[in-house]
Design a protein around this ligand. Structure first.
Ligand SMILES: [Zn+2]
Length: 357
């Protein structure tokens, strides 16, 4: 696999069947077999729901050299599949470095952009398929593309060449240029059922009880559930509940939230603190939204954090939608301030003062 980020480094990634999305991917492989597959697919759906996993599975299925009657999908053992999973397939170009903005030089060839060993989508698509079959460009979190990169890809989306396919994945399709969206066939991804989501989590070593809770909190998105698990979501929720109930001084709770252990990203203490604050604010927004829904009369059984908000004292629950609405607006403002590089601890102080009754 040619990766624009690290052309010399090969990463082996196991091929995982995208639970909950297999039937849809098989349909697409069936379309490919009938030469009816569009040039460009846009996989949309919640963060962590399995879009990129499915994109990889589909790409591998296209490159698989084993023809198995009635079993559309990668065999996992042929030369094509092995090259794909070891990251060595020359007919795949993946832009999957997480987090970074995707710049023009990853998409289009410009002489002044040239760096030794760098390859971009344009020259990848201009070359013949090494294995004589499909060529696939994968773009993870396509909303990261700068406008100039998106504009440069329009022609390539329309005419990528014979047996060439773009697969873009995004949780924010509205952040893409309309001209990009209109050139792709959208493939919406639904949330997984709680059972399927818990099954994925159990495969990652989580105990079944914890897996079931996380599946609900993450609204059927295994990736989000794993992200929450790594950040001690259970403990964070516990603190948020006592803050909302008014059972603890808000500033003590803010200190406690900052001290909860977890796997936070960032290389400096400051970055880790920002990631902690961001995680807490995201979770607090989810919980606050459910408190609002409960106050509006929705049953707790249909809410991701229904157990938490239904467990609050009646005096808190019955304050009405107006009060929770104001709290949510204030939390959103605090959340935005994290990216303005304000002090993470003071932002958590502010969040807990907001949440307290
Ligand atoms: Zn195969």
């Amino acid at each position: 696999m040619r990766s624009s980020a690290e052309p010399a480094v090969e990463r082996a990634e196991a091929l995982v069947e995208p639970l909950g999305h297999v039937a849809r991917m098989r349909e697409l492989l069936g379309s490919a077999a009938r030469e009816r597959l569009p040039h460009a697919l846009l996989f949309t759906g919640a963060r962590g729901v399995g879009k990129f996993l499915a994109a990889r599975w589909l790409a591998c299925g296209l490159l698989c050299t084993t023809q198995r009657s009635g079993a559309l999908g990668p065999c996992g053992t042929c030369g094509g599949c092995r090259q794909f999973t070891t990251g060595n397939h020359l007919d795949v170009f993946a832009i999957d470095d997480e987090g970074e903005r995707i710049r023009l030089k990853k998409i289009a060839y410009r002489p002044d952009h040239e760096e030794p060993e760098a390859v971009e989508a344009e020259r990848f698509l201009a070359t013949r398929a090494a294995a004589g079959g499909w060529r696939v460009v994968l773009v993870r979190d396509a909303e990261r593309m700068l406008d100039e990169a998106q504009n440069a890809m329009l022609k390539m989306l329309e005419e990528p060449g014979r047996k060439a396919l773009w697969i873009l994945t995004t949780a924010q399709p509205q952040a893409l240029l309309p001209t990009v969206r209109s050139r792709c066939i959208a493939v919406p991804f639904d949330a997984l059922s709680p059972e399927d989501c818990a099954t994925v989590l159990a495969r990652h070593g989580l105990a079944l009880d914890e897996a079931r809770s996380l599946a609900v909190w993450a609204r059927g998105s295994p990736g989000l559930a794993l992200w929450l698990a790594a950040r001690s979501a259970k403990e964070l929720r516990g603190v948020l509940q006592v803050v909302l109930a008014g059972a603890t001084p808000p500033l003590d709770a803010a200190r406690a939230l900052m001290e909860i252990e977890g796997d936070f990203t960032g290389s400096t203490p400051r970055e880790i603190a920002r990631d902690r604050a961001r995680t807490v604010l995201d979770l607090a927004l989810e919980v606050g939204a459910d408190a609002l829904r409960l106050a509006a009369g929705l049953p707790p059984s249909g809410l991701a954090h229904g157990d938490l908000v239904a467990g609050l004292p009646a005096t808190v629950r019955e304050r009405g939608t107006g009060e929770f609405g104001r709290k949510l607006a204030a939390l959103l403002e605090t959340r935005a301030d994290i990216d303005k590089n304000l002090d993470p601890q003071s932002l958590l102080d502010r969040a807990c003062l907001t949440l307290a009754p």
